[in-house]
Ligand binder design. Structure first.
Ligand code: GLY
Ligand code: MN
Ligand code: MN
Length: 444
């Protein structure tokens, strides 16, 4: 996991913990609980195997302290009292036990280290009568704890509040961005030198210093036609013969993610490079519009308008941008949302909520599957990731419609071998506008 500056941690964490405590105080009071027990989750054996599946800690716990590799651990919080973390640190000569968190986390939380998950309940004694349990059911089953598991009203409260990041969370995300940018830079060079998708995966990990299980999501590294697969999951081992590369890869710092996409084009593929550059310019114009009070669904609509313009300018569509919008032509080339909240999870929670009580926002009829519908507020962190893709199944659907007459199919055939383009940055909404964390780290 990427290292963090100790001074930044020391100055930002105490206030972060105050904010988290305040949010839990409000949420527990609103939902009628006296306490909350938050579980990390437990190790799971693979089917008929003595190896465990990769462990992913419950992000609700990671927000309090970075118990990212400590299955079986828990945190008990009672408003007005110091949090108590019971950290499972098995004594084993098979594996190196994970370290328990030190300063600054241990300064504000009572950290009790136990040797097995069975020791956890003894360590916190009897729970207050009205204790909510947050975490995966298998942990509570293993601990034989009944009670209110993941009560919806409480979860809604916490998810809604999580969109606004503290300075500590922003510092973690800056660090996750810096690590990912180092990986992206190394991959850009490797692509220019003709490396394979598989080779570039290893280079990303080497340069960013993160193992596959530490990364927040498996990197998407698609050359040529593979760039048309939105979440392409394979890694071809042959040296790369394609003119384009789409890499969508982020890193993780103390449980917080970055999520960055770049599309590279080899020299000599100028027509596609111009398409990429135009989308890049439109992406930056969309980023410039990110500020408090903007409804993200409206920005998504603006992205479709911008993409209609790009497709017309580059001769993919023969109609004008207005007609392209009326006929829904951009849906074929940009079939995903403009972005999502980002933080403890890559697709962070709460993007559809109207309020802490859990009322849902209504998606626009034209865009029913957006991950983010909220109006932006200072402190939100989110992605802005427009794309243009040449996806066979969607192109075939379009070819069967009357609107196919507005498409220059020869031009589509020219761009088809390059697969597609996505440009994805991570933004922090500030009081008056935004800070583009990704472009700041790249220096452009
Ligand atoms: N990396 C997945 C996404 O961009 O949403
Ligand atoms: Mn994303
Ligand atoms: Mn991404």
């Amino acid at each position: 996991m990427a290292a963090m500056d100790k001074q930044i941690l020391a100055t930002t964490y105490p206030r972060h913990l105050e904010t988290v405590r305040q949010r839990y105080d409000d949420a527990l009071a609103a939902c009628g609980y006296d306490a909350v027990l938050i579980g990390a989750g437990i190790d799971r054996l693979q089917f008929m195997d003595d190896h465990h599946a990769p462990f992913r800690a419950n992000p609700q716990l990671t927000q309090w302290l970075p118990l990212t590799a400590h299955p079986g651990s828990c945190l008990l919080y009672r408003p007005g009292q110091r949090p108590v973390a019971i950290v499972v640190r098995p004594e084993s000569y098979w594996e190196e036990p994970p370290e328990a968190p030190g300063a600054p986390w241990a300064d504000a939380t009572d950290i009790r280290v136990v040797a097995t998950p069975d020791d956890v309940p003894k360590s916190f004694g009897s729970l207050p009568a009205s204790t909510a349990l947050l975490g995966p059911a298998e942990q509570w089953d293993a601990m034989k704890l009944t009670g209110d598991r993941n009560p919806k009203p409480l979860v809604n409260h916490l998810h809604f509040q999580r969109a606004c990041k503290t300075d500590y969370e922003i510092a973690c995300m800056r660090s996750a961005t810096a690590a990912a940018v180092a990986g992206h830079r190394a991959v850009a060079d490797a692509f220019a030198a003709g490396d394979s998708e598989f080779g570039m995966l290893l280079i990303f990990q080497q340069a960013s210093g993160q193992t596959a299980t530490e990364l927040p999501y498996p990197p998407i590294i698609g050359a040529g036609r593979h760039a048309a697969v939105l979440h392409y999951q394979h890694r071809r081992q042959q040296r790369n013969p394609a003119g384009s590369l789409l890499i969508d890869a982020g890193c993780n710092t103390l449980g917080y993610a970055s999520d960055i996409t770049r599309t590279h084009v080899l020299r000599g593929h100028d027509t596609f490079a111009e398409l990429r550059d135009d989308l890049d310019a439109r992406q930056q114009a969309l980023c410039a519009r990110v500020q408090p009070g903007v409804a993200f669904a409206e920005l998504h609509h603006a992205a479709h308008e911008a993409i209609a313009g790009v497709l017309c300018r580059h001769g993919v569509l023969t109609c004008n941008a207005e007609t392209a919008m009326e006929r829904g032509l951009t849906n074929t080339f940009f079939p995903h949302g403009l972005g999502h909240l980002l933080g403890l999870q890559v697709h962070d929670v709460g993007g559809w909520q109207a309020d802490a009580a859990g009322q849902q926002l209504e998606a626009p009829a034209a865009y029913p599957r957006l991950r983010l519908l909220r109006t932006l507020e200072p402190g939100f962190t989110l992605t802005v990731e427009p794309g243009i893709y040449f996806i066979d199944s969607l192109l075939e659907e379009l070819r069967a419609q009357a609107a196919a007459a507005d498409v220059n199919w020869d031009r589509v055939a020219e761009f088809h071998p390059y697969g597609g383009i996505r440009i994805e940055d991570n933004l922090l909404v500030t009081a008056n506008g935004n800070e583009n964390l990704t472009r700041a780290a790249f220096g452009s």
